[in-house]
Design a protein around this ligand. Structure first.
Ligand code: ACO
Length: 317
């Protein structure tokens, strides 16, 4: 796993934003259309309700605008836009549309690593800052409701729509990113996939098993690289797929579940948006203080995985 080169320009998160569609679908509403129940969905997944609607570009503009406002930046100050999504609105140009609608005057790319997308995008943006960009806007957005089979009780209760964004700004001295890990195992594509124009197909039990392993493995690699242990982590922000996956991963990592950020009870699995949504929720609740160590860890179709260890606010110990 690559280490960050000494002296590389670092960055800190200076603003964040979120967007969720207005339409809420409760478990009971789902149970009215298929053979399931609120009790089954809650106990097997931790999800109580989910939000659906909107477009990937529209949600991205909303969360991106909030992040810019919080960072106190005018759009011309952003040097690059990275949009993590596995559900672009069109074959190409979703990031460009977001760039245009936000009034940015910089390059704009889409990153697709399924539910690990935000981790890949965040690492990529840190890399661009190390190569000279001063500020990056990183947005994770998915509209999975558009590729969900709403007649399949094995997947329909899980997936939903949303967006989360962060502004990254270059700093003098050490930045927030202490270490990162990105993984992929293409042999596992057949257990979780969606054909172009198709819907999400999944072998749930096998995905569950692999997801826990992938998350633990990736998080451990990033923590080792950062020279920290699970005891040092103040907050873990895991991909929001299933509370039992989060619980199992936390148990294996030795991190108490109370230190995990969770929003999936009200958002469902929003793929690329899930980590920034959970991070923003924890930040808004005042759960992170300057100097705290934050572990972000995701997994997704492909299968992919990714982790970042951040020292909140950057700087030395
Ligand atoms: N309501 C009621 N019963 C259901 C439902 C439902 N919605 N779905 C399945 N069942 C039934 C099954 O048919 C099965 O019945 P049977 O025993 O008569 O055969 C029973 O419940 C148990 O099914 P399992 O699949 O064994 O249930 P499990 O406890 O594994 O939970 C779940 C299923 C929630 C899908 C779980 O396996 C899971 O979360 N897997 C990971 C999924 C995931 O995270 N995917 C996203 C990856 S991220 C990305 O990149 C998109």
């Amino acid at each position: 796993m690559p280490a960050i080169r000494p002296g590389a320009t670092g960055a800190v998160i200076s603003g964040w934003g979120t967007a969720l569609p207005e339409k809420v679908i409760s478990n009971d509403e789902l149970a009215a259309t298929m053979d399931t129940s609120d009790e089954w969905i809650r106990t097997r997944t931790g999800i109580h309700e989910r939000r659906v609607g909107g477009s990937t570009a529209g949600l991205s503009v909303e969360s991106g605008r909030q992040a810019l406002e919080m960072a106190g930046l005018t759009p011309d100050r952003i040097d690059v836009l990275v949009l993590a999504t596995t559900t672009p609105d069109k074959q190409w140009g979703t990031a460009s549309l977001v760039q245009h609608e936000l009034g940015l005057s910089c390059g704009a790319i889409e990153v697709n690593a399924a539910c690990s997308g935000f981790m890949y995008g965040l690492v990529q943006a840190h890399g661009m800052i190390a190569m000279g960009a001063d500020r990056a806007l990183v947005i994770g957005t998915d509209t999975l409701s558009r590729i969900t089979d709403w007649d399949d009780r094995g997947t329909a209760p899980l997936f939903a729509d949303g967006s989360g964004a962060v502004v990254l700004e270059a700093v003098d001295g050490p930045g927030q990113l202490l270490a990162w890990d990105l993984d992929a195992d293409g042999s596992l594509l057949p257990i979780l996939w969606a054909d172009v124009g198709g819907t999400i197909k999944m072998e749930g039990k096998e995905v569950f098993r692999r997801a826990v392993r992938l998350m633990v493995d990736s998080a451990e690699k990033a923590m080792t690289q950062a020279g920290i242990t699970a005891d040092d982590v103040s907050l873990v922000v895991p991909h929001q797929a299933n509370i039992r996956i989060i619980q199992a991963a936390c148990d294996r990592l030795g991190i108490p579940i109370e230190r995990a950020a969770t929003v999936l009870h009200r958002t469902g699995n929003t793929s690329s948006a899930s980590i920034p949504l959970a991070l923003a929720d924890a930040l808004d609740a005042g759960r992170v203080q300057h100097g705290d160590l934050v572990l972000l860890v995701g997994f997704g179709g492909g299968m992919t995985a990714g982790s970042c260890v951040l020292r909140w606010g950057g700087g030395v110990e």
